[in-house]
Design a protein around this ligand. Sequence first.
Ligand code: NAD
Length: 448
Amino acid sequence: MDSTMSRVCVVGLGYVGLPTAVLLAMSGRQIVGVDTNPHVLEALASGRALLREPGLAALTAQAVASGRMVGSSQPEPADAFIVAVPTPVRGLAHKRADLTFVASAVEAVARVLRPGNLVILESTSPPGTTEHMVGPILERGSGLHTGCDFLLCHCPERVLPGQVLNEIVNNARIIGGIDRASAEAAQDLYSSFVRGKIVLTDATTAELVKLMENIHRDVNIALANELALVAEHVGVNIWEAIELANHHPRVQVLRPGPGVGGHCIAVDPWFMVGAAPRFTPLVAASRAVNDGMPLHVVDLVESMLGGLAGRRVVILGLTYKAGVDDTRESPSAVVIEHLRRAGAHVSAHDAVVAMEIPLDTLADGADCLVLLVDHQAYAHLDPSVIAARMRRKVLVDARGFFDVEAWTEAGFEVARLGDGRQYEPRPQLDRQSAQLDRQSAQLDRQSA
Ligand SMILES: NC(=O)c1ccc[n+]([C@@H]2O[C@H](COP(=O)([O-])OP(=O)(O)OC[C@H]3O[C@@H](n4cnc5c(N)ncnc54)[C@H](O)[C@@H]3O)[C@@H](O)[C@H]2O)c1
């Protein structure tokens, strides 16, 4: 162990900070875990973790019992500080990074900063935040100078909820220093528990790389969603079309769905748009496409039911994706809100988040089931059992998940997102095509 960093203060004990803190404690360091939420500190004092994450409860109990991890509401003097507080977005149409949590956490660190300390920002942040915001706040609060007196880094996190401990240890890790000495000091610290490759760069590159990773996902999901809308429009089944396109050795179209949620992919692209609005039309358009999908699902439900007022709708899936219990920024919340606003009676079930009412009770007298999250447990639903409970038998599948034949046989009218074959030929489309033909014939005549 690097003896110069035996005491580490981790500020923000959420999905990222707590696992990092307990792993550092288990590597033999003395950890002060800081959080502004008293419930987090109460739980920690009794060796408990509030977050449900495989392995985390046991490791937290061990770290606290060993005496190497204590909680505090304020940063305390230490050799290294890791800041892992939330970085949400605010605003409606044009969302911007809300860096108020980072600013107040870093101000608190500045009050106890000493020469030779290392400060690491783990929170996902717009490019330049570490160098141009965190550094100056630390300097103002401590009277010390970045680089000369203290070391400063950005080390982004790429963990998947449900796999956090495994991924924190095994994923490759990018460490961006404001100088080489800072990056190398952080590498010493992380190499005590990271087994994945550690790659060093500068702080702003590390910030951009983290955003690029999530933007890559968001843009590709938006492409799949846009193609699903096109498929509905031209009468093609997108699920079949994607499978066929992916036979191309260099093509990998993702799966469409009811929108993008979670704390990262639906949020981080806005940090890039905010940093360079003139150069990010594709990133902004992808956000708009993905944000439009929950409303498209509402439209599908409405067209299947011939209206929403008074209809009873059961939502399957509340989390932002399958297999996790995290509901942050979930498209399901938007779908539910719009269905309710239109007068539907909505109840919801989730196979992973503990629910009080079982699904068959919810299905009693319902008109429509809407699958929004493809939790594996839903694969075992028996359509005929559910059908027997329902008033009307309509299924809207926004994930291309269910076996359409089995549900149809059980008496359901099924609509799958992106499956244009389920509609009658569209007179509107025919009219549009005829109009386009007339326009292009006219252009041909003009140019001849
Ligand atoms: N959760 C993930 O899977 C994930 C993955 C990659 C990156 N990130 C990024 O990591 C950062 C943290 O995310 P998270 O999911 O751990 O958040 P979280 O909401 O789970 O936890 C953040 C914790 O910080 C505490 N906090 C807020 N302000 C504070 C302050 N001033 N001082 C001390 N504690 C404070 C909160 O009470 C909370 O317990 C965010 O920037 C996020 O985008 C998260």
